[in-house]
Design a protein around this ligand. Structure first.
Ligand code: AMP
Ligand code: GLY
Length: 432
């Protein structure tokens, strides 16, 4: 091809730093922008001081700088219509339209789609009346899962182990309206049991290209204790995600969902994230997200051998069927360093030392998530601050390398989970 590609990544977290790192290696790249980016992306791309949801300014920037491809990281700009705005401006965007982003924006939408496409998922019902919802859980019993229909910053799901908790969740969401309009409708569903995995696919509307599988560690504390977070660490591939399970998920969940989206006139383009529960009779869909996961992206992309950019471009022009990716036959682990107090209140501004030394350790990649540059130093500037990734020949080596990097970093206000990958390693050693 002729001149190289100008690429604009939207977002400023660890996921976007990992995407930028992969794209920065592409021989097809001419210029890489990230809006707003972070100190990590600043070292490999040009940061543009625009908020991820400032769609009009982002599109103006893309037009002015002749950007060939926009890659949104987070869901907010997608739900707000960034792909539609790019389409109107004639700019390729590796992300779904606002209509297709309903796959993440509305739990009810996804459950209806799953039923229509015969996708295995938990039995469910939807309510806009609190009394009816209270009656339903009395009838169904506990454990039971209560979900605010709309986007609730990852906090809209309650897995209620008792009827008391379930009633309290309905009261909080529907009567006290703790998530505002996102809780006007509530999906109530059967509680699934098993190992959880996240499977990623790149989609061009009709076709899907498998992008890898990971297991997140959502709870803040070791041993999966404490409140939910955006993700404290991840491993790839989790030992329980067998090739058969991956093939089954692509065939029975990802492809039927894409076909149903086409049938509805809202084809899905971009990163599709399937949250799955592995039950004895096969994978069940928990939810879709319309973006790469964070920290799953930081965990999967370091395993990529080939150039990501041709596949991303193919996802925007309907030629994904001819694209392919090659992966290292290795394991990957990410440990997220957080500000003490996260996911509750935390202080920012503490200085972090040792990052360059840590990044030189074997197999290690360091992705900035919530940092700020200050006179040559790096300060904490968020809840999830750094994603420390390492690859290795197997999961034990990947995990050991990631923690070796963590232990090289000095940051007095930081903490991390100390058991990322521990259960997976234990299960592999004791099952095989
Ligand atoms: P979400 O905020 O939609 O990612 O859901 C948060 C978490 O709730 C999921 O990652 C699961 O661990 C759990 N969850 C959601 N739906 C179910 C379900 N039907 N059964 C069991 N756990 C669930
Ligand atoms: N780590 C889970 C997510 O990105 O939603």
């Amino acid at each position: 091809m002729g001149a190289g590609m100008k690429i604009l990544i939207i977002g400023g977290g660890g996921r976007e730093h990992a995407l930028a790192s992969a794209i920065a290696r592409s021989p097809l790249l001419e210029k890489l922008y990230v809006a707003p980016g972070n100190p990590g992306t600043a070292s490999i791309a040009t940061n543009i001081p625009l908020r991820a949801t400032d769609i009009a300014c982002i599109v103006s920037f893309a037009i002015e700088h002749q950007v060939d491809l926009v890659i949104p990281g987070p869901e907010a700009p997608l739900v707000a219509g960034i792909a539609d705005a790019c389409a109107r401006a004639g700019i390729a965007c590796c992300g779904p339209s606002a209509a297709a982003a309903q796959l993440e924006g509305s739990k009810r939408f996804t459950k209806e789609l799953a039923d229509a496409a015969n996708i295995p998922t938990a039995a469910w019902d939807v309510f806009d009346d609190a009394d009816a919802a209270h009656d339903y859980i009395e009838e169904m019993g506990a454990p039971i899962v209560i979900k605010a229909d709309g986007l609730a910053a990852g906090k809209g799901v309650v897995v209620a182990l008792t009827l008391e908790e379930a009633h309290a969740a309905i009261t909080a969401i529907m009567e006290d309206k703790i998530h505002g309009a996102a809780g006007a409708q509530v999906v109530i569903e059967e509680c699934l049991e098993g190992e959880e995995i996240s499977l990623f696919a790149l989609c061009d509307g009709l076709d899907a290209l498998y992008l890898g599988v990971a297991a997140d560690h959502k709870r803040v504390g070791d041993g999966d204790t404490g409140p939910n977070t955006g993700g404290m660490g991840a491993i790839s591939p989790p030992p329980w995600a067998t090739p058969a399970i991956i093939a089954d998920t692509m065939a029975r969940i990802i492809r039927p969902a894409l076909a149903e989206m086409v049938a509805r006139g809202t084809p899905f383009r971009g990163f599709l994230f399937a949250g799955l529960m592995l039950e004895p009779d096969g994978p069940k869909l928990i939810e879709f997200n319309v973006r790469f996961g964070d920290p799953e992206c930081e965990t999967i992309l370091p395993l990529l051998n080939s150039d990501l950019l041709p596949a991303l471009r193919a996802a925007t022009n309907g030629t994904l069927a001819t694209a392919s990716l090659t992966w290292q036959n290795a394991a990957s682990a990410t440990v997220v360093l957080c500000s003490r107090g996260y996911p509750g209140a935390y202080a920012t501004g503490g200085e972090i030392y040792g990052l360059e030394e840590a990044a030189r350790l074997p197999g290690v990649s360091i992705f900035h998530a919530g940092t700020m540059a200050d006179q040559g130093g790096i300060l904490a500037n968020g809840g999830r601050v750094l994603a420390i990734n390492a690859t290795g020949v197997g999961l034990p080596q990947a995990v050991a390398r990631a923690y070796a990097a963590v232990d090289t970093i000095e940051w007095s206000d930081g903490f991390c989970r100390r058991d990322i990958g521990k259960r997976a390693i234990f299960l592999s050693e004791n099952l095989s």
